[in-house]
Design a protein around this ligand. Structure first.
Ligand code: CP
Ligand code: NVA
Length: 314
């Protein structure tokens, strides 16, 4: 077989985790099951206790951040360490990546040093170029368009509290952003109903059409909801100048106790965090009986550990 040229992509049968809709449903289900098993196995142990099986022993993982992060950064780092691997947390601006070196060359070089790459970036194209040219698995840690690791943790969290998500009603009230997009992908793969409630200028991108329905009135949208979700009104990739306009457009979509009262009595509330308390959601809801936001945050750790094992077949 002809080897790949010096500048061409390396075609491999690598298992990346780039998106929910490009990962087979049976694999997604296996990842969630594995995450729950791993979480149960280390229940009550100090966070630094190594997992018994050490599936990432001798593995080095690069965690690249071109945007800020608390949860993704810490959960990936702790997850790799628990599984016996080592991490290297890199800021895009400190790398030559931020000074004109191509993504393709960066991918090829990093593949000589590390066994897996997680990247949080702006353009979806950056993630895909990284995956195309890397000869190690690449994981999507958020782009302007998607946030699949978050939604794996969210599905895990819903099912821990309420059982299978299949056939349940999930309502999103707010901006049709990257986190919504991964929820839309998940609605198809995990077979649940997803309703978007937000103003037309902030509708999800057209590529997601058919994966969800729209109900502009949030009071009507949440009727019969098993899960109500929102996210920040201004994402990291949005211009700061959009803030005031977004607040005016989205004020009516705030999650309040009154709104939660119209959902099913046992409905859960989720938010990927960071939240802007009393903007997109009131503090009363965040800290109230429907909220599972900190379980969601914890499950980033367990879900991503399972994603990493899946990618490395470890
Ligand atoms: N939810 C989430 O991805 O949080 P961070 O931006 O803190 O990583
Ligand atoms: N939509 C948010 C999610 C942050 C985790 C953003 O992209 O800033």
């Amino acid at each position: 077989m002809k080897p790949p040229g010096p500048t061409g992509p390396r075609k491999t049968d690598m298992t990346h985790f780039l998106d929910i809709h490009t990962t087979p449903p049976s694999d997604l289900r296996a990842i969630i099951d594995d995450a729950r098993r791993m979480k149960d196995a280390r229940s009550g142990l100090p966070k630094g206790t190594p997992d018994a099986d050490q599936p990432l022993a001798n593995h080095m993982v690069a965690l690249i951040f071109e945007k800020p992060s608390t949860r993704t950064r810490v959960s990936f780092d702790v997850g790799v360490r628990q599984m016996g691997g080592q991490t290297m947390v890199l800021s895009g601006t400190d790398m030559q990546l931020g000074h004109g070196e191509t993504i393709a060359d960066t991918a090829r070089v990093l593949s000589r040093y590390v066994d897996m790459i997680m990247i949080r970036t702006f353009e979806e194209a950056t993630l895909h170029e990284m995956a195309e040219y890397a000869s190690v698995p690449v994981i999507n840690g958020l782009t302007n368009r998607t946030h699949p690791c978050q939604i794996m943790a969210d599905i895990m969290t819903f099912e821990e509290h309420r059982g299978p998500i299949k056939g349940r009603k999930v309502v999103w009230s707010g901006d049709g952003n990257n986190v919504f997009a991964s929820f839309a992908h998940a609605a198809k793969q995990f077979d649940f109903d997803l309703v978007f409630s937000g103003p037309p200028p902030l509708d999800p991108e057209r590529a997601l059409d058919g994966l969800y329905t729209i109900e502009r009135d949030p009071q009507k949208a949440v009727q019969g909801a098993d899960l109500v979700v929102t996210d920040t009104w201004v994402s990291m990739h949005d211009p700061a100048s959009a803030r005031e306009r977004r607040h005016n457009q989205l004020r009516g979509y705030q999650i309040t106790d009154t709104l939660m009262g119209k959902a099913n009595p046992d409905a859960l509330f989720m938010h990927c965090l960071p939240a802007h308390r009393d903007d997109e959601v009131t503090s009363a809801v965040m800290d109230g009986p429907h909220s599972v936001i900190f379980d969601e945050a914890e499950n980033r750790l367990h879900a991503q550990k399972a994603v990493m094992r899946y990618c490395l077949n470890a």
